[in-house]
Ligand binder design. Structure first.
Ligand code: ATP
Length: 322
């Protein structure tokens, strides 16, 4: 039967990026800490900015918010130039305060009232969600690190911002609060809010981010989805299992020849097969075909942390180097 292919739908105008940075450069006392940086974040993306201490992440996000003036480069955030339009930009961005951002005597409920703009969302719901509803009378000065982080998140989300910038958002949080914060970021993504997340936690980046940008010494070292970065920099998968004692060594030659297998190690009756992803299915099929169903078969895949550790370990130039 002959069918006429449907025409492609007309391509709509591409939405402008929420963040667009080209050639950003920033020095402190003559030392370049952000060096010819390009960054693009599209509407609805959750992008993670990762890098070792001193890589220039905070300086970059400060330039995006108009808190620091770049030495060179073109920066647009929600179509505005942060250096010139910081006042107009402020209510559109939700960002975490630094620890010194609130007076010690300020209570949680007072901070919420102080920060709520004319378009503020459901403050009660946010306090509830971050476990602060029953802590509303607490003074900022007496709050624990985790409580402060949660308050900063409430304040960042209070005015339903179009862009949320979070710098090390789960630092100091206990595991339950951390999961709650992760769920909130996932909710933000589901709502279509654009999020730029500065983090040292690669597990966090892998769980939350559509894309990860890796900075080193003020430059972008690599970027991509967590899957792309793992595929680019991750090692092989490992399939481990036990063989019945006394299995002849020549069996391993067959394993080595399976598609996707790069290497086979045997230690006593333990076998470790390293290879590409496709090797997992072939090793499984090989075992089943031989009528052997090992009880302890395990598969270890490279994760973002494993994949990027070597890249991130590269030392940044010392303060005196430039
Ligand atoms: P971290 O992960 O430790 O927060 P980062 O990637 O956010 O680091 P930045 O805070 O942007 O890095 O700092 C980049 C470099 O600039 C660091 O070497 C830092 O010491 C230096 N720096 C940051 N702020 C200033 C400042 N106000 N004056 C001088 N140097 C600064």
């Amino acid at each position: 039967m002959h069918t006429t292919p449907l025409p492609n739908p007309p391509a709509g105008p591409a939405a402008p990026p929420v963040i667009s940075v080209t050639g950003l450069r920033k020095s402190y006392d003559g030392r370049v800490v952000v060096d010819d940086l390009d960054l693009r974040v599209d509407a609805g993306e959750v992008v993670g900015l990762i890098g070792a201490n001193g890589a220039g992440k905070t300086t970059t996000v400060e330039c995006l918010q108009g808190l620091r003036r770049a030495d060179a480069g073109a920066v647009r955030v929600l179509g505005l130039d942060p250096a010139r339009d910081a006042e107009r930009l402020r209510p559109l961005i939700g960002s975490q305060l630094q620890d010194s951002g609130l007076p010690d005597r300020l209570r949680v409920e007072e901070a919420v009232r102080l920060f709520a703009g004319p378009d503020a969302g459901d403050a009660e719901g946010l306090l509830e969600r971050f476990g602060l509803a029953h802590r509303r009378r607490l003074h900022f000065g007496t709050m624990s690190g985790g409580e402060r982080q949660r308050l900063f998140l409430v304040l960042a989300l209070l005015n339903r911002p179009r862009l949320v910038i979070l710098d090390e958002l789960t630092q100091g949080l206990d595991p339950a609060a951390r999961r709650e914060v992760w769920r909130s970021v996932q909710q933000l993504r589901a709502d279509g809010t654009t999020v730029l997340l500065v983090t040292h936690e690669l597990e966090e980046a892998e769980a939350l981010c559509d894309r990860v940008v890796l900075m080193q010494a003020g430059r972008v070292l690599d970027s991509g989805t967590p899957e792309q970065l793992v595929a680019r920099h991750g090692g092989p998968v490992a399939v481990r299992f036990g063989l019945p004692a006394g299995r002849p060594a020549r069996d391993l030659a067959v394993l080595r020849a399976l598609p996707g297998v790069l290497d086979v190690e045997r230690s006593g009756d333990r076998v470790a097969v390293h290879g590409r992803r496709s090797a997992i299915a072939h090793v499984g099929a090989w075992l089943v075909a031989r009528g052997e169903i090992p009880e302890d078969l395990s598969v270890t895949s490279p994760d973002l942390e494993g994949a990027l550790l070597a890249l991130l370990d590269t030392p940044t130039p010392s303060k005196d180097a430039a």
